[in-house]
Write a protein that binds this ligand. Structure first.
Ligand SMILES: Cc1cc2nc3c(=O)[nH]c(=O)nc-3n(C[C@H](O)[C@H](O)[C@H](O)COP(=O)(O)OP(=O)(O)OC[C@H]3O[C@@H](n4cnc5c(N)ncnc54)[C@H](O)[C@@H]3O)c2cc1C
Length: 463
């Protein structure tokens, strides 16, 4: 099935009888009788591919069925946006970057990043993104390294939305030092199982996920030569009826619609065939998804930043104080103009990184592997024309720049609204709470700066 055919199908399905709005990101902010006149979307669209623009239009049409009031209600009641997840699944969007032979659309991270940006930009924010994104990025290592039967069992059910996925990496006692993680999977050859013991933290959607992509040690840290060794990746069932599995929700600042959890394993037994790829090879396998994840998070941050800026610009035009729109004051206008340029610059960095990732991945898929096969802390793909190093630096830089630009835009949007910036009905307070997520996860600002200091500036490693 050709890419174009699948995209057209998705576009038609995405419309679902709902016309694509002329300005899909400008539906909401009309409380208190302010202007409803349509404004031009802020983001410059020049330079995007036809496929990216098609994805944007089609995903916007799905998102348009979920107005801000839906997201406000989900946030306030900590209610999972299952209708939104189902709507995207129904039209095939969860498989955007999965292979066509498994029921996916076979598109790249450039298009998946556009999808995630479109979701946050629609007003769904990080809650909308987090309800979806693990199904896109955590499935990447599975699709690449899973056995045929693993793929046939899981991927179609994830794409159709029957099963949701979560990603289990972070641990409370190791934090960003992923290689020190201690959750242990012990093999019992007689029973053909692994028994898992340990603790994960901050696992998004664990309460509702049927599957977890889990990184665990199969060889204790004390017994390996290098900490990159002895880790394995699993695709396990989260069977709450089975002994040895417990989870506890974490109360959090933003994106409250999606659950974040501590997950406890105590001799939780899983079949041995849940192992993805070779035992003890999990670190190399999981690296495959890391740069992709950084691109998606960068796109999500951008969408949130543009959404906030749209609201701020509209409010600054509409709100009259001292006899003129507040946007006529340069103290309001200039910070917003500056925020726009930061977002545009971060956008270029983000889609440049996604393009590099896709080019390198497709070259490696066609066997055009680089002789430079060393894995960095964020690289999983390389080609002879695009060094692994360049992909890692671009993806980390994009995540950093987009998260910072989003934070600037969201903070200024709140301040431009004055007191109303603090009111839930204007949404910008929700965006500000949520835009801290891409600054922290999946890798913190400080660790990106450490990475660039070491890998680009060639300064001594600081950690
Ligand atoms: C909303 C949310 C959702 C998440 N979802 C998931 C998920 O689904 N799955 C999952 O596995 N994880 C998830 N995470 C976890 C996330 O990836 C981690 O929180 C993140 O990687 C930071 O790790 P940490 O919290 O342990 O920070 P720590 O490692 O404790 O670091 C704390 C602070 O110290 C700084 N620091 C530490 N070492 C250094 C150093 N050497 N130099 C400079 N600064 C340093 C860090 O940058 C950070 O600012 C989520 C987190 C959040 C907040």
């Amino acid at each position: 099935m050709s890419r174009t055919y699948r995209l057209c199908r998705a576009l038609r399905a995405g419309g679902g009888g709902v016309p694509v709005p002329a300005s899909p990101f400008l539906r909401a902010p009309t409380p208190r009788g302010f202007s409803t006149s349509a404004r031009r979307p802020l983001m410059e669209l020049t330079g995007f591919s036809e496929e990216q623009l098609t994805v944007r239009d089609a995903v916007s049409a799905v998102c348009a069925r979920f107005p801000s009031t839906y997201w406000q209600e989900c946030d306030q009641n900590e209610r999972d946006p299952k209708e939104f997840h189902a709507a995207l699944a129904k039209d095939g969007w969860l498989g955007i970057a999965l292979p066509e032979e498994l029921g996916g659309a076979g598109l790249g991270i450039s298009e998946a990043t556009m999808m995630m940006q479109t979701i946050t930009q629609s007003g769904a924010g990080m809650a909308g993104a987090q309800a979806i994104h693990a199904n896109v990025y955590a499935t990447q290592p599975l699709a690449r390294f899973g056995t045929r039967s693993q793929l046939e069992e899981t991927i179609p059910k994830i794409i159709t939305g029957q099963w949701r996925t979560c990603f289990g990496v972070t641990e409370p006692n190791t934090g960003l030092e992923t290689l020190k993680l201690r959750t242990l999977a012990t093999k019992h050859p007689a029973r053909d199982t692994y028994s898992i013991s340990g603790q994960k933290i901050w696992i998004t959607c664990a309460q509702i996920a049927a599957k977890m992509i889990l990184l665990a040690r199969t060889t204790p840290l004390e017994e390996v030569r290098k900490p990159t060794q002895g880790l394995s990746l699993f695709c396990i069932d989260l069977d709450r009826e089975q002994p040895g599995l417990d989870m506890r929700k974490i109360k959090k600042m933003g994106a409250r619609a999606v659950d974040a959890n501590e997950v406890f394993f105590d001799k939780y037994e899983v079949p041995a065939n849940t192992l993805i790829g070779q035992e003890n090879d999990g670190f190399r396998i999981i690296l495959h998804g890391m740069n992709a994840e950084r691109c998606l998070l960068a796109g999500e941050a951008l969408g949130l930043g543009y959404a906030a800026l749209e609201r701020a610009a509209q409010y600054a035009n509409d709100r009259v104080v001292f006899g003129r729109p507040i946007g006529q004051n340069q103290a309001i206008a200039h910070p917003l103009a500056d925020a726009y340029m930061r977002l545009e610059a971060a956008k270029l960095a983000t889609y440049h990184a996604a393009r590099l990732y896709d080019s390198a991945a497709s070259a490696s898929n066609t066997g055009e592997e680089s002789s430079n096969t060393a894995k960095s802390n964020s690289g999983g793909s390389s080609s002879s024309s695009i060094p692994l190093h360049s992909v890692g630096v671009a993806c980390n830089s994009a995540k950093y720049l987009a998260a910072e630009a989003a934070f600037t835009a969201c903070e200024r949007a709140v301040l431009s609204h004055g007191g109303m910036g603090y009111a839930m009905e204007y949404d910008v307070e929700r965006y500000l709470r949520e835009c801290l997520v891409p600054r922290i996860a999946p890798v913190s600002r400080e660790m990106v700066l450490n990475y660039v200091s070491e890998k680009v500036l060639q300064l001594p490693r600081s950690y």
